[in-house]
Design a protein around this ligand. Structure first.
Ligand code: DON
Length: 305
């Protein structure tokens, strides 16, 4: 495994030239475009890494899996899916259009921005601070890393420039589909997106999902098997937004991407894999990350389809 990861890192490093680093959140534009990191962790807790795997980056949309799992744990499936659908969207991750056009007026799934903001609003914790603390603490348990923290610079940058997310939150509120004060919900949403991780952390999060909810690093059961199954099904169909179908064909694994360049993928019952390459394609998914996962899936026969 270690040799395969090194060889894939060598082949994928240069692919950043085919993408661009996200600029709509100014703090993300500072990321080194040529960064490449790749980690894997199996369900027994063994880990392998290649590239600059010690380099931290923010979770961004990968945090939507964390809040979905937390909402399923705290509220149950029925309540969560009363507010948000379970079907893929062929629109960009931050699209607002379908919210008005679809009937009922609810986000199509919890992994697009509108759906994730709605899910964060459902979390039963009073105020932005408690909500953020609960999300961070849950992310620490899923990754087995008690030192995870929020990057304040990215959080402030998201808050200053998050007008599209503000629009989504207020629109959801007007539809009766957002609980509480949109400002407080957005505060928690911007913070969850700004949680700093490494590919090692995300590989372990993937391994927790692969093992049905037990974190291999700590042995703790963090989520129920049913919640993991729901998350994995939504990751297959919606995890890379309007690129999910292409990713399923190329890689054949449930996965979730983030605009800082991270992607976490899961090989059920076997392992979690995480990559980071900040240069993105037009859909907001890491170019080198997708290629690395394609190579790894092919070379180690990991695909589930
Ligand atoms: O809300 C946003 O736009 C970002 N904080 C997260 C978006 C994201 O990661 C989309 N993923 N590829």
């Amino acid at each position: 495994m270690q040799e395969t990861l090194h060889s894939i890192a060598d082949r994928c490093r240069g692919l950043h030239r085919q993408g661009t680093v996200a600029r709509y959140i100014p703090e993300l534009a500072k990321a080194p475009a040529d960064l490449f990191a790749l980690s894997a962790a199996d369900v027994s807790g063994e880990r392998w890494s290649a590239g600059r795997f010690e380099h931290p980056f923010t979770m961004q949309s990968i945090s939507k899996v964390v809040t979905l799992l937390l909402a399923l744990t705290e509220l149950g499936e029925e309540e969560v899916f009363r507010h948000v659908g379970r079907n893929p969207s062929s629109d960009p991750f931050n699209s607002i259009m379908r919210l008005e056009m679809a009937d009922p007026h609810r986000p199509q799934n919890p992994l697009i921005n509108a759906g994730a903001i709605a899910v964060t609003s459902l979390l039963p914790f009073p105020g932005a601070e408690e909500r953020s603390r609960a999300i961070l603490s849950f992310a620490r348990r899923l990754t087995g890393n008690p030192a995870l923290a929020v990057d304040d610079g990215t959080f402030r940058s998201e808050r200053e420039t998050g007008d599209r997310n503000r629009s989504l939150a207020y629109f959801l509120k007007s539809l009766g589909n957002l609980e509480g004060d949109p400002c407080e919900v957005l505060e928690a949403y911007f913070r969850q997106c700004s949680i700093l991780v490494t590919t090692e952390d995300l590989a372990m999060l993937g391994a927790t999902l692969a093992s049905g909810g037990v974190c291999p690093a700590t042995g703790e059961r963090v989520v129920a098997p049913r919640a993991c199954r729901i998350a994995l099904a939504l990751m297959v169909t919606c995890g890379l937004y309007d690129g999910s179908g292409e990713f399923a064909v190329r890689v054949g694994l449930p996965a979730k991407s983030g605009v800082a360049g991270g992607i976490v993928a899961v090989v059920p019952e076997r392992m979690g894999i995480a990559v980071c390459g900040p240069a993105l394609d037009g859909r907001g998914n890491s170019v080198s990350g997708m290629r690395a996962l394609e190579l790894l899936s092919e070379e180690r026969s990991l695909r589930v389809f």
